[in-house]
Design a protein around this ligand. Structure first.
Ligand code: HEC
Length: 299
């Protein structure tokens, strides 16, 4: 069945289509005049590439033509963005990211024979931290969702800058390698060998919200502190009698102590227990960090 639905009042300029709302959902009609371009966008693989990289909001094609008209080619229902913000509300860093994303969109689209029709910042939204994650984190930690990619990178000690005692221990002459390389691991079907590595692997972040404390030595109790080195506690303690996990701000609920304390206090002064390094979230603003954390919760 077809019904006639009114255009959204702010959608009046573009002859190739318009936005409308129906029963609380937002749709976009693509007009027949734009058919050839739209089909090329989909069939060339450009749409797939851009949505996979988290650069473009995805959509589903809805069979129904809500507008009865001959001008309509197809109807799209874009993925819903729960929180809309506008360029005049953004920080300098957000404006810069928006500009860089616009340039990246052009660069990624040109090989498909496609350029942007317009490039105003109103076409950009922060979508649950995914864009911020893709711009700042996915180079090391990979991308997620359908056909996500995990680069499996070993990040050298001088770049990751987290406590290096453990990696030095494994790469020193400690007998572990000899043992491993003579064990059944090295003789099994698909043998595995151990060899010194001077860094730590950027692990996949699936389910990361539930696996506190963080870093190879468990020195950081919460994700927000992984992303903001200034708030990492020096001496901290969690409740060992009762599990007190914080699901909203993922990580252990903890108390900060003024002094090193006893066995159950994590003392980051002890060699090997350091909580420094991994400064890649420090330059983000608080709302950006929050958005990234919300995104991480979905992985
Ligand atoms: C240059 C590569 C690199 C970048 C960029 C990077 N990370 Fe990491 N990340 C790592 C490595 C390597 C580790 C492991 C460090 C360790 O254990 O000492 C890590 C650890 C983590 C952990 C803790 C994982 C665990 O299980 O303990 C989280 C969470 C995390 N990163 C999130 C992020 C987020 C979010 C961003 C973007 C703001 C980001 N990372 C950017 C390389 C990177």
């Amino acid at each position: 069945m077809s019904t006639i639905v009114a255009k959204h009042p702010s959608s009046y300029r573009d002859p190739s289509g318009f936005i409308f709302e129906k029963e609380g959902a937002i749709y976009r009609q693509v007009n027949t005049i734009f058919r050839e371009h739209f089909d090329h966008f989909i069939n060339s693989g450009c749409y797939r590439e851009l949505t996979q990289k988290g650069l473009l909001v995805s959509h589903e094609v809805v069979n129904e033509n809500f507008n009865d008209g001959e001008i309509g080619y197809c109807t799209l229902k874009p993925e819903k963005i729960n929180f809309i913000s506008y360029p005049y509300e953004w920080s300098f860093d957000m404006l810069k990211d928006a500009a860089l994303l616009t340039l990246q969109l052009v660069r990624e689209s040109v090989p498909f024979g496609i350029i942007l029709k317009d490039a105003i910042p109103y076409n950009i939204q922060w979508h649950e931290g995914k864009l911020i994650f893709n711009a700042n984190c996915s180079g090391c930690h990979g991308s997620y969702g359908n056909e996500g990619k995990y680069p499996n990178l070993l990040i050298p000690e001088n770049i990751i800058a987290t406590d290096s005692l453990l990696l030095k221990y494994y790469s020193s002459n400690n007998g572990y390698e000899d043992w491993y390389n003579k064990s059944w691991y090295a003789t099994a079907y698909k043998p595995a060998y151990s060899k010194p590595q001077f860094g730590y692997v950027a692990q996949p972040l699936d389910g990361i919200w539930i696996t506190a404390p963080y870093f190879h030595n468990g020195s950081v109790p919460t994700i927000d502190a992984v992303l903001n080195s200034k708030i990492r506690p020096r001496y901290w303690k969690r409740n060992f009698d009762k599990q007190e996990y914080d699901y909203k701000n993922p990580g252990w609920k903890y108390k900060t102590l003024r002094n090193p304390g006893g066995k159950k206090t994590y003392n980051t002064d002890i060699p090997g227990y350091g909580n420094y390094g991994h400064y890649f979230g420090d330059h983000l603003t608080d709302p950006e960090r929050k958005a990234v954390i919300e995104y991480l919760k979905t992985l």
